[in-house]
Design a protein around this ligand. Structure first.
Ligand code: UD1
Ligand code: UDP
Length: 382
């Protein structure tokens, strides 16, 4: 039987971090021909991940522009994918999560009548506007996809509510696979500031913030709260690797510059980020990925959003929704910095998102789908 061609398509940092271990796993399967196409919706932040995982894409659409709009990303990906799909003719396309690349990649495959597998399927907030545009992207990809790889049982229930029950696999999240390869005991950071922090005696807060629905007033509130936290607690060192989006850069520098214990640094490579997370005291973020990684490392997370599509760690008590109002964020941070018991209640390691074998399960499921394996993979159980 000829090899089945499976093409992974991704474009942003989080997709790359979560798809790179899968692309590598697929390339190790002798009965599959693994191809990788990047849209480069992100350029530098994508390349940094490709470098860490030693992954060389077969196709690179190189679409990124400064301050790109949703329409330009989507249309450039869609048009760019046309030649790639016509040339490569994959038997299956895999997209990840909920970005514009994800949606355009799935739509392009659909237009070429190529089956689609959705990695990280079934996450929902049920609020069309938040996260924006991700909630709609994931719903539209869910409607297009033939195979759905759900990280958790509640993701699978979300799909069932939309009558998506065929081709659904419970696999865990591939980010936990990635995490297991990056965190090491003696890690040397490339930034001196990170090597010089006293992780035992200071309280290092790791911050990230980039979501489109937080642009404007919510981001101003968040940044103001962060500065108040640094002012109120002399033992706090706030480390914020700032996303390269000019909107985010502007907000971060406007509100957080010129404070001796607030460190605005360039985006970290994924191994640096994971090792910093493993050493910090607390994570404050509006990122999706960090809400999955930090609980696995036993770090409390305050989510700088009004809702989350990742309720599992909230239920386990390690993630709390802080919202986007200055007073709420400040109050919740104060509690974790000032009340040891409240902190310890949240700071326990939980792993609702994966066991490090998600990529293996997804590759097995794909082989089973193609009749190359007699059994589907066993489900992930936390
Ligand atoms: C995108 C995704 C979001 C995801 C986030 C992860 C969409 C609509 N949004 O949002 O779901 O959470 O990535 O980080 O798909 N830039 C650079 N270099 C880079 C990356 C970005 O300069 O390596 C700048 C560019 O000016 C770019 C801007 O950041 O135009 C915004 O990038 P974009 O991908 O449009 O949006 P994100 O906010 O990164
Ligand atoms: N990350 C990174 N360097 C950074 C910030 C984040 O490697 O400076 C990683 C982080 O560990 C996680 C992923 O990027 O794996 C999350 O990406 P992001 O927050 O950009 O997007 P989201 O997850 O919100 O879609």
């Amino acid at each position: 039987m000829s090899k089945k061609k499976v093409m992974t398509i991704f474009g942003t940092r989080p997709e790359a971090i979560k798809m790179a271990p899968l692309a590598l796993e697929l390339s190790r399967r002798p009965d599959l021909d693994a191809l990788c196409c990047v849209t480069a919706q992100h350029r530098q932040m994508l390349d940094s991940v490709l470098e860490i995982f030693h992954l060389k894409p077969d196709y690179d659409l190189n679409i990124m522009q400064p301050r790109q709009t949703l329409s330009t990303i989507t249309s450039k990906c869609l048009l760019g994918m046309e030649d790639v799909l016509e040339q490569a003719k994959p038997d299956l396309v895999l997209v990840h999560g909920d970005t514009s690349t994800t949606f355009a990649g799935a739509l392009a495959a659909f237009y070429h009548q190529i089956p689609v597998g959705h990695v990280e399927a079934g996450l929902r907030t049920y609020d069309k506007w938040s996260p924006f545009p991700e909630e709609m992207n994931r719903k539209m990809v869910g409607a297009i996809a033939d195979l759905h790889f759900c990280p958790t049982a509640s993701n699978r229930e979300n799909l069932a509510r939309e009558n998506i029950t065929k081709g659904v696999f419970l696999t865990g999240n591939t980010v936990i696979d990635a995490l297991q390869t990056t965190v090491v005991k003696d890690f040397t950071f490339s930034e001196d500031i990170l090597n010089n922090l006293d992780y035992d005696n200071q309280k290092v807060i790791l911050v990230t913030c980039h979501r489109r629905e937080n642009y404007g007033q919510p981001m101003a509130n968040i940044m103001t709260a962060l500065r108040r936290v640094a002012d109120a607690f002399p033992e706090v060192e706030l480390v914020y690797p700032v996303h390269l989006s000019p909107v985010v850069q502007e907000a971060a520098h406007t509100y957080l510059d010129n404070h001796p214990r607030i460190h605005l640094i360039a985006p970290l490579s994924v191994d640096e980020m994971h090792n910093l997370m493993a050493r910090c005291y607390l994570v404050m973020t509006d990122s999706g990925g960090l809400q999955e990684e930090a609980p696995a490392l036993g770090k409390p997370v305050l989510v700088l959003r009004r809702e989350t599509e990742r309720p599992e760690a909230v239920a386990a008590g390690t993630v709390r929704l802080a919202g986007v109002e200055e007073a709420d964020i400040f109050r919740m941070a104060c509690e974790l910095l000032g009340d040891r018991d409240a902190y310890l209640k949240m700071a326990h390691a939980v792993n609702p998102y994966g066991d490090g074998h998600a990529c293996q399960r997804i590759a097995d499921a794909i082989e089973w789908h193609f009749g190359l394996r007699s059994q589907p993979p066993a489900e992930f159980h936390p």
